[in-house]
Write a protein that binds this ligand. Structure first.
Ligand SMILES: Nc1ncnc2c1ncn2[C@@H]1O[C@H](COP(=O)(O)OP(=O)(O)O)[C@@H](O)[C@H]1O
Ligand SMILES: [Mg+2]
Length: 243
């Protein structure tokens, strides 16, 4: 049995404080004052209708975007004050995008190692890591293939490998099972499970799937850019009736 997440002595994995994100000079308010804290080791699902601001929120946490107002901290560090976001992303964060976002003219192994570029590893070391990880997601036979030669499920598994390449402390995934068949979805979730079993790692997953959300220890529901629900399922007990 894996241990339930213990409140850890270190800083929270993620702190989101009064975050507002506007687009088009305030015409669109994607997030309207969202605050929450995720401790290290927690597994949280983000749910909510389409267009409610989930992806926007995950991009802010992933240091891919900045809030219009408010603050995001990763392991205690204010993202506005971090000197190199590239380094922070490479060392701390793994991101699985809603659509796999693989680069079409790079073979899978090179796609998988892109997040390792800021770490300055040799090409040989990068390839070694990629081959190892692609093996773990069942893609040993696709290492040198271009994304276009792979199935949708294979591409999404490659995107998962890419997110895990730097052994990140925090994994962020935007509907990672949304566009794949049930079996691939299960594979992806169990890869995340393996990932989280070690080192008190943190997972945040956006999902439309109630069952997947019910298995997370914590569920955050976003509606119209606001956090309207923050539920903790008791550790070790699966919520059977999500309401
Ligand atoms: N780059 C952008 N420019 C303008 N509006 C955007 C942009 N990205 C997202 N939005 C808008 O912000 C709102 C939230 O979008 P998003 O975070 O993608 O929602 P979700 O992931 O929950 O479907 C939507 O109204 C969307 O149209
Ligand atoms: Mg989205």
């Amino acid at each position: 049995m894996s241990e339930p997440a213990e409140p850890s002595a270190g800083p929270p994995a993620i702190e989101v404080k009064d975050v507002v994100r506007e687009y088009d000079n305030g015409l669109v308010q994607a997030l309207r004052g969202v605050s929450f804290t995720i401790e290290q080791g927690e597994y949280a699902a983000i749910i909510g209708p389409s267009g409610s601001g989930k992806s926007t929120l995950l991009h802010l946490i992933g240091a891919l975007d900045h809030p219009t107002r408010g603050e995001v901290r990763i392991l205690g560090e204010n993202l506005r004050e971090v000197r190199s976001l590239d380094q922070l992303r490479a060392k701390t964060l793994g991101f699985v995008f809603q659509l796999h976002h693989l680069i079409p003219n790079l073979p899978l192994w090179e796609n998988v190692t892109l997040p390792a570029l800021p770490l300055g590893l040799s090409r040989r070391e990068r390839r070694k890591r990629a081959v190892d990880l692609l093996g773990r997601v069942g893609l040993d036979h696709r290492v040198d293939f271009l994304p276009v030669k792979c199935s949708g499920g294979e591409r999404q598994r490659a995107a998962v490998a890419r997110a895990l390449i730097n052994d990140p402390q925090i994994l962020l995934a935007d509907e990672p099972t949304g566009s794949v068949d049930t079996e691939t979805g299960q594979q992806i979730l169990s890869l995340f499970e393996d990932f989280a079993r070690e080192k008190n790692r943190t997972r945040i997953l956006i999902t439309h799937n109630r069952q997947i959300a019910a298995e997370a220890a914590r569920v955050l529901r976003i509606v119209d850019g606001k956090l309207v629900e923050d539920t903790r399922n008791d550790a070790g007990e699966k919520a059977s009736e999500p309401s």
